[in-house]
Unconditional design. Structure first.
Length: 284
C-alpha cells in the first residue's frame, strides 16, 4: 500500500480498513501469510522457557552476566517478547529495565551513564525494553536531541559495547522488525481496546506519519552499530509467535549453559531471523 494512502487513514475510526487488515501480516516482505497455530506455539514456548530456567541457574552458578537489548518501532512486540523471556524466571536475578525520559540531572551526565547503573552483576540477566539506542532512532526522528548528539552516539556506541563484551558480559541486541500495515493495525487495536489504550501515546500517533524517517534512522543506526563483537540480530515480527520463539532460540543457542537440550530448542527459522542490516534487504 502506498505510504501516502496509509497515512490518510484515521486511527480513531473503529473500523479497520480492509486493505490494511488484509495486508498486515505479509507487509514489509513477511514470508508467511498465516500466523503460527497457537497449540504449536504453546508447546514450543513451554520447552524454550524450561531452557531459560536452566540459563538463569547457569548464570547464578557460574557468575556469568547477560544483557539483552530489545529495540524496534513502536508496537513491534518488545514488551510481550520480554514478558515471555522473563515469565518463569526469578525477578531478583532477571531484571527488566524500561527507563523513562531522563531527568534534568541525567541530561547533564554522560549519555551512557544511566544505562551503566542498570547493568547486571554476577549471576544476573538484564532485559532492556529500549536502551541507549533511543539516541539512534527515536530521539533524532522526534527532535528530542541535536544532530551532533546522534553523531557522537553512533561513534561511541560500538566502543561502549566493546567495553561490555571485554568485561565478559554476554550481549545480545535484537531489532524487532514489522511492516507498515502491521504497525498501523496494532496501533488501531490498541486505540480501540480499553485494556490496551494506555499503550497509545502522542508519539505513537506522530510516528504513523513518519515511517520513512524512522526507516532512514533505523538503517543508519543498524549499519553504524553492527559489529563483530556486538552484532544486531533482526527478527521479523509481524507474527509475534514465530518472532518470540526464534528470539529465544537465538539466545539459547548463543549461551554455553549446563544441561542444554538441543531437541527442545528446535531449529531456527532463517526466514524470520538473521544477522545484521543486510537481512532487512531480503524483504523490508
Amino acid at each position: 500500500m502506498p505510504a501516502d494512502a496509509l497515512a490518510s487513514f484515521d486511527i480513531d475510526n473503529p473500523d479497520l480498513p480492509a486493505a490494511i487488515a488484509d495486508q498486515a501480516l505479509t507487509s514489509g516482505g513477511y514470508p508467511y501469510d498465516e500466523r503460527m497455530k497457537r497449540k504449536h506455539y504453546n508447546k514450543a514456548l513451554y520447552d524454550l522457557q524450561v531452557e531459560l530456567v536452566k540459563v538463569l541457574s547457569w548464570l547464578q552458578d557460574s557468575g556469568e552476566r547477560l544483557v539483552m537489548v530489545f529495540e524496534g518501532r513502536d508496537a513491534a512486540g518488545k514488551g510481550g517478547t520480554i514478558k515471555r523471556f522473563r515469565q518463569y524466571l526469578n525477578p531478583r536475578h532477571a531484571r527488566i529495565v524500561a527507563l523513562p525520559k531522563p531527568s534534568d540531572r541525567e541530561r547533564g551526565e554522560w549519555y551512557f551513564q544511566r544505562y551503566v547503573a542498570h547493568l547486571p552483576t554476577a549471576g544476573e540477566m538484564v532485559l532492556f525494553d529500549r536502551s541507549w539506542y533511543n539516541r539512534g532512532v527515536v530521539e533524532p526522528v522526534m527532535g528530542f536531541c541535536k544532530p551532533e548528539q546522534t553523531e557522537q552516539f553512533l561513534d561511541e556506541a560500538p566502543e561502549f559495547e566493546h567495553m561490555l563484551v571485554r568485561e565478559g558480559i554476554h550481549l545480545v541486541k535484537f531489532w524487532l522488525n514489522i511492516g507498515r500495515e502491521m504497525q498501523f493495525k496494532r496501533f488501531h487495536d490498541r486505540q480501540h481496546d480499553p485494556l490496551k489504550i494506555w499503550k497509545i501515546s502522542s508519539v505513537d500517533r506522530k510516528a504513523i506519519t513518519m515511517w520513512d524517517d524512522f526507516t532512514a534512522a533505523r538503517d543508519r543506526m543498524l549499519r553504524d552499530s553492527h559489529s563483530k563483537h556486538a552484532p544486531w540480530t533482526i527478527v521479523r515480527f509481524n507474527d509475534k509467535r514465530r518472532g518470540r520463539l526464534n528470539a529465544i532460540r537465538h539466545v539459547l543457542n548463543k549461551l554455553p549453559y549446563a544441561g542444554k537440550d538441543e531437541a527442545a530448542i528446535g531449529e531456527i527459522d532463517d526466514t524470520i531471523i538473521g544477522q545484521g542490516p543486510d537481512f532487512l534487504k531480503t524483504g523490508d
